[in-house]
Design a protein around this ligand. Sequence first.
Ligand code: SF4
Length: 458
Amino acid sequence: MEEREKIFKAQSEKVGFDLQHRKVIRYNIGQYNQAVKRGKNYFHSLDAAKEQASDIKNYVLDDIERLLTQFEEKAVQNGCEIYWASTAEEVLECVDRAIEIEQVKRVVKMKSMVSEELKLNEFLEKRDVEVNETDLGEFIVQQAGERPYHILTPAMHKSKEDVAELFNQKFGMDENSKPEEIAEFVRDYLREKFCASDLGITGANFLISETGSVGLTENEGNGMMTFSWPRVLLTIAGIEKILPEWGDLDLFWPLLSVHGTGQQITAYNTILSGPKRENEADGPERMIIILFDGGRTRLYEEEQIDQTLKCIRCGACLNACPVYQTIGGFTYETTYTGPIGSVISSYMDGTEDTGFLNFASSLCGKCTEVCPVKIPLHHLLLLNRKKIVEGHKSKGVEKFFMNNYKKFMLSRKKLERVNAGWKNRAMKGVGMKVWGPRRSPLVFAKTSFSKSWVKKHP
Ligand code: SF4
């Protein structure tokens, strides 16, 4: 077993039986489930909305090159600077140039999973740039020295008591501070940072090809401060974020908010079409957009797996997944976690290191059921498993057992050649190690079901 897989299994065992972790996650996902149930009623026909969103995304996949080129053309007309980057290194070079030219010392940042892919905060800090996460959840995990636990709700693993304790340690606040007091404190703390930052950094929820615009959605207003206060705005967007038309947001914004948080629509939705114009009071003087591949082309090239490029990062499949709920977000050690993360991580990294994650699923299909853009996640997990097995990448012992299992299961004669006594002896030895210590012992009956049946119904 590879080192990474070993760590994953050990960590899963630990977190899976951590009762406090279970309590916090169950509570937070329980709250989410109630909100989403209410939210889904906002749609006259949710199925039709999902079908339509899936069709639009399929259209995007068929014509992605033209749509991205059109986006570039329009965004340049709007006064933006566009850069294309295949790898994380290329993005970071671009960021480096911007901080050098603009002499950036302080940055405010909106929540962005792409920036997690790039490990952007570490990069900026090494260059002596102060980075301030401005989304409350991101701010909390930054203060805790952690990475986001969940792609949409980064601090989902923390209870309100955990957060109060953290703010007591970090900022000397009362250890029994209420959530509203903490929010009030963070608002004041960040206001200064917004005013004194040279650069704002955002991701993109959507890129609109028709107009060369960036669509951003948020609940706290921190995004609006991030892109309107600093002199320079840097947007780093995965190329899969492209939508053909402005009007598509009509469908995608509510779909994202309902599946992400259960809201009919998030509080602040902004369409950015270039830097500040001559007669405008607010906005950045310079707007740079980096269109980032980062392994997305590898996903695009794989038949069926290309469907994952339809993902709008709502997080619904994570919340629905019994494995994610048990082992939690940190155990995966990948930027994207849960079912979608398990399917895409090895393609995005360009390595086989995380292929084992495809086996961390019960294949119950709940992820596919909840996905707003109809990505057949559990089928894709199965497809990746098939590729791993066909590529002869499965381990020797596993292969030996599965080959013999198949032989025995296909032949009743062979299956019954070994009597229950021998089977039970084998289980007590090697078998129990495979069976695992937490399951009740497996005991074979003396007479098989078929023999008992024949006896009862001669
Ligand atoms: S795969 Fe579907 S459910 Fe999962 S995050 Fe993406 S859009 Fe949401």
